[in-house]
Ligand binder design. Structure first.
Ligand code: SF4
Length: 320
């Protein structure tokens, strides 16, 4: 069976696990191409205007895959840890796609909800594995192999490699420049170079070392967010807040770029938290938010990036 995986949203979190699990059970995994103009146009044409850019991009990837596969893999990821949820868009994703007015292949959409406990989570894994085999042991073995791949991928990022390098295995040396910039936001915004107009490459070309939330140990993030006055309900946004607070506390970066999606509810709330903390610390580390949507222009981004990096370079030289 050819199973299509859209190269969007949680692909950036879990692809090594999904790919290994499905391949071990005999599926041929077909990944959609990197985001391009055609995919973005397909997505914006099909999605409601009000949804955020990453969901529109997801629609585009689904449409680019639909005639090439026997089934689409679109899990409903509700919760990946006790006590927190993912964004509501991830909960409704399979339904939103099914509601499209086009012919689609079968959609495989197991629900992953750790809030309901480990037993339910395991049932979802067996439900998914059951599409391919009835062999219980084969499903368990495929899942553990997938989990190992996921841990290796996460380990590479904690060793300082960028997500796209860890995903593809093409590890490149980090720039030696003395300027360090933390780039935070959802991985599907930061590592989809088409939607962010090559943000990371542009920084690297200026010999800037880029740090991301994935490079910080999860224990550090957990400790930081456990000290917040109010508990954060969203798992992935915790990573963003934890990373920014960590960099502000340790002053381990010279500047922070926060990439937000237009029309993203969680992003707009998290932005207030981040700005509040930065203000408390007297903006000792400059922060620049960049809001992206399908109309974002490259010229505006380039100008802002140049101004930001020039400003922090001057600050740094002035402090020496
Ligand atoms: S977290 Fe924001 S950007 Fe991501 S899917 Fe939800 S609304 Fe969209």
């Amino acid at each position: 069976m050819k199973v299509g995986v859209p190269r969007a949203l949680l692909y950036y979190k879990y692809f090594p696990l999904w790919d290994t699990f499905l391949s071990e059970l005999g599926a041929e995994v077909v990944l959609s191409p990197r985001t391009n103009k055609r995919i973005l146009n397909l997505g914006t044409g099909a999605a409601e205007n009000e949804v955020c850019l990453p969901v529109k991009v997801f629609y585009g990837h689904v449409l680019s895959l639909k005639d090439k596969v026997d089934a689409l893999f679109i899990p409903r990821v509700v919760s990946v840890e006790g006590g927190a949820y993912t964004c509501p868009k991830f909960l409704g994703l399979p339904d939103m796609i099914r509601a499209l007015d086009v012919d689609l292949p079968h959609i495989i959409s197991p629900t992953f909800n750790l809030k309901l406990g480990l037993r339910e989570f395991c049932c979802s894994i067996f439900e998914l594995g059951g599409y391919f085999t009835k062999n219980f042991y084969k499903i368990i073995s495929a899942f553990y192999k997938g989990l190992n791949k996921l841990r290796n991928f996460e380990g590479l990022m904690q060793d300082g490699y960028l997500l796209n390098e860890a995903l593809t295995g093409r590890l490149s040396p980090t720039p030696k420049g003395s300027l360090h910039i933390g780039v935070v936001g959802h991985p599907y915004n930061i590592f989809d170079s088409y939607v962010n107009m090559n943000l990371i490459e542009r920084l690297k070309r200026r010999d800037i070392k880029v740090l991301t939330a994935e490079m910080i140990a999860p224990e550090i993030i957990d400790e930081i967010v456990s000290n917040l006055q109010k508990k954060l309900f969203w798992t992935y946004e915790k990573d963003v807040v934890g990373a920014v607070f960590h960099w502000l506390d340790t002053k381990s970066v010279d500047g922070i770029i926060y990439v937000l999606s237009f029309a993203c509810g969680p992003d707009s709330l998290i932005q207030i938290l981040i700005e509040h903390e930065a203000r408390k610390q007297g903006f000792s580390v400059p922060i620049m938010p960049i809001v992206i949507d399908e109309h974002s222009g490259e010229a505006g981004l380039v100008t802002r990036l140049e101004a930001f990096t020039d400003m922090i370079t001057r600050n740094k030289v002035g402090r020496l």
